[in-house]
Design a binder for this molecule. Sequence first.
Ligand code: NAI
Length: 697
Amino acid sequence: MSASYEVRGSVAVVTMNNPPVNGLGYDTRRAIADGIDKANADAAVKAIVITGTGKAFSGGADIREFGSPKALAEPNLLSLIKQLEGSAKPIVAAMHSVVMGGGLELALGCHYRVVLPGTQVALPEVKLGLVPGAGGTQRLPRAIGVETALNMIVSGEPVKSELLAAIPGQKLFDKVVEGDALAGALAFAGEIAEQRPLPLVRNLKAEHPNADGYFAFARNTVKAMAKNFPAPAKCVDCVEAATKMKLDDGLRFERDSFIALMMTPESKALRHAFFGERAASKIPDVPEDTPKRDIKKVAMIGAGTMGGGIAMNFLNAGIPVVMLEMKQEALDKGVGVMRKNYEARVKKGKLKQDKFDKTMALLSTTLNYDDIKDADLVIEAVFEEMGVKEKVFKTLDEVMKPGAILASNTSTLDVDKIASFTKRPQDVVGMHFFSPANVMKLLEVVRGAKTAKDVLATVMALAKKIRKTAVVSGVTDGFIGNRMIEQYSRQAGYLLDEGCTPQQVDKAIEKFGFAMGPFRMGDLAGNDIGWAIRKRRAVEKPDLRYSKTADLLCEMGRYGQKTGAGWYDYKPGNRNAIPNADVLAMIETYRAEKGIKPRKISDDEIVHRLVYALVNEGAKILEEGIASKASDIDMVYLTGYGFPLHRGGPMCYADTQGLFNVVQAMKRFAANPLDDAVFWQPAPLLAKLAAEGKSFT
Ligand code: NAI
């Protein structure tokens, strides 16, 4: 049973008990319904209290049931709320801790609500691309007023109960009680047990003195803010319906909106990302109860661009960091950058001075390995050269205490090779942060051939602590993200060869939703990085085709923003990309030399060639077991590469398009003599799934 029933004096208590947050799964709904029936049939019972055990009143729908028939099995939440409203005996919700989504909708169906201060109250459905589906949009405006309700529904953000209780005339809470919600509710139930008629939120009116003007304003604001997502505008429609329709008509309107949104690719993408984030932390062969190592102190080798940013993550989480460099100047410079970064946040009011002082006090620096030997985790972020890494890891192997985790932030080097420099390869792991490391959400955790399971489990748990989305990647050149981006960049180059300008390519993919097109991204990251990789490839894989335009650009000294010139020009202190005539002339000359007559390429073709380049490489990565699931690849792209959230990541997008169609498009691209038939050979896994009518996810 996912809810218990007991009678205390003349009050029946129904307690939801479905850890971790009393999600309203089938068993819980059933048990509540049975409890209400039982209480109504018992002559000794005068009133009923509903509450939840543990950390929540109720967090809403049980996400484990999402998409399964159980989620809708009767009594569904709508039916259950109807039953509550029809109860002959008064029902009091005893709300505490967390009251969200369906949990709040359930409470709004009770006759009375008692709440503890500090309770987090929210209707977060919009975050999954939905509107609340069990009356939230109809009852909350009636209880708390139109504007507050709409703000909560459109943002999905939690609001503390004491703030809501302070709103004049609010009917959401009948009483704010201190200490124990159940005790408060029992006392309250005693007071109201005999009162009739029973009050219901459904009988209240949702009114606004200037409804038409207000909703027109709300609609405009929401449309501008949520341009790629349909749900927020639907929230406005539903709340407006609450002011114009009878409750039951409004409920139908809300239900229709909910079902329509459920089918949209945007909601599917958001739900995919929501579950993808949770799934990423689970590694198929590493059980969840794997013991973890204690990480109380972190050492950072290298205080450069990455070292400083990485250190900040741990400091922010309250974990002490000691930074090691070769020279004092490097330490001073590194710490100076970190300090400036924090100071800017203090200036903007985003960080309190005393918190800043406390954070900096957790940081120490050294030139001596003796000072780091007791660290539980050491992360190396020195120059990207195997020789330098070898020296560092040999030293770490000598000095670090047994059981310390030895991590490398390398972006291109072989983690197994790095591990082989030590006599404890089981303790070595890749922790590939993205720049700026204190901002970017993504962390690729690179699992070496010998990395121990408890090391992985520890790093994944630590990632959560420092608020990163961690995705496990096997050892491969570029790991998941950069291995895929290389193919995307190759396609971008071919597009220039065939007739596009850099801005045309960037605009098309930015319109698709990417934060930045490939050429603006190249300018930001530094075009010399790709240049170095291509030089290496020319030795390793001499047959691999590339457009030469990117090399020619580097030969012009145009490395990107850092040199003020790349694919575009940049004015000092300004990141606006300004097209440059010399670059366009360089591309045209290159085309002419190759005898290519430029053609006009549609935005649609640009987008699909770029995205399917990612998809095909992603399929290979999946097939090789470098990523353990397609959603991991999507999480890498959503959190590290600016892939549009409303498309759900490259693999999710391919599924939405249909893999049959993806393969058909690849065949068309392959037939273009200026494109690359080898490139467009579908990955065997992709070809197989497409042939079987299946999808990645
Ligand atoms: P950086 O050049 O800014 O910093 C490297 C720092 O390491 C310098 O301060 C240098 O003095 C120090 N250093 C060099 N050898 C050392 C040694 N033997 N002992 C102690 N300190 C030493 O380089 P950056 O950009 O921070 O990169 C560091 C590592 O992070 C590289 O492996 C790089 O591939 C990787 N990485 C870089 C990213 C980026 O966007 N810059 C992104 C992800 C990974």
